[in-house]
Write a protein that binds this ligand. Sequence first.
Ligand SMILES: [Fe+2]
Ligand SMILES: [Fe+2]
Length: 225
Amino acid sequence: MGKVNWQMRELPQEKRDLMKRMIREVSEHENSQFDKMEQFMQHGTTTVRKHCINVAHVALFLTTKFGIEVDEEAMIRGCLLHDYFLYDWHDFKIEYLIHGWTHPGLSMRNAIRDFDIGETEQDVIRHHMFPMTPFLPKTREGWAIVFADKLCAGGETVGDRVNARREVKMEAMKYTRPHLLKRGKATIDGQMTKEEGKNADRIRRHGLGITHTGHGVLRRHRVAV
Ligand SMILES: [Fe+2]
Ligand SMILES: [Fe+2]
């Protein structure tokens, strides 16, 4: 298999449309708290809402790529709701120490309370942490999320560290190779990089900031707005 391109545009148009429709459906459902998940961080600078969308996208990508027959609507709905909890598990609270084991059950109960979900969605949500929670998924959709969730968690965490390192490098270039900046090969002042823009937007909307403290180590902090 050649280089795998995970971009959304690699999916056929009808699957991209399906993703958009499902996100809209879950987000606009009358009891939905899906959009509130944007206020909480999951991995690095990725919010819980964005993480759930990433997982749905990767699950759809994997099942499409490998020709696995699944109920795509149920799988996407389950993926979008697989981390349907409304708290920041990075905060220090005794109960959050076991978040990894408790949140699949909690997310499923929340999803049943707010949405009309079937058994496939419940399997996707309930068993997505396998093997951390030792209960095997019963459906193909449930297996798809087991892999998609791990891939996204890794990508979101590593990707953030790579971005943070890049920013540190850019900052250093200001002093060491300013001619490259002048020639427009890099930007520091003036226009914000994409990541800085996203961070500024998050601070403005939710008072959540991320700074890197060096060597790719990220620190979350609340910002008074
Ligand atoms: Fe999870
Ligand atoms: Fe997850």
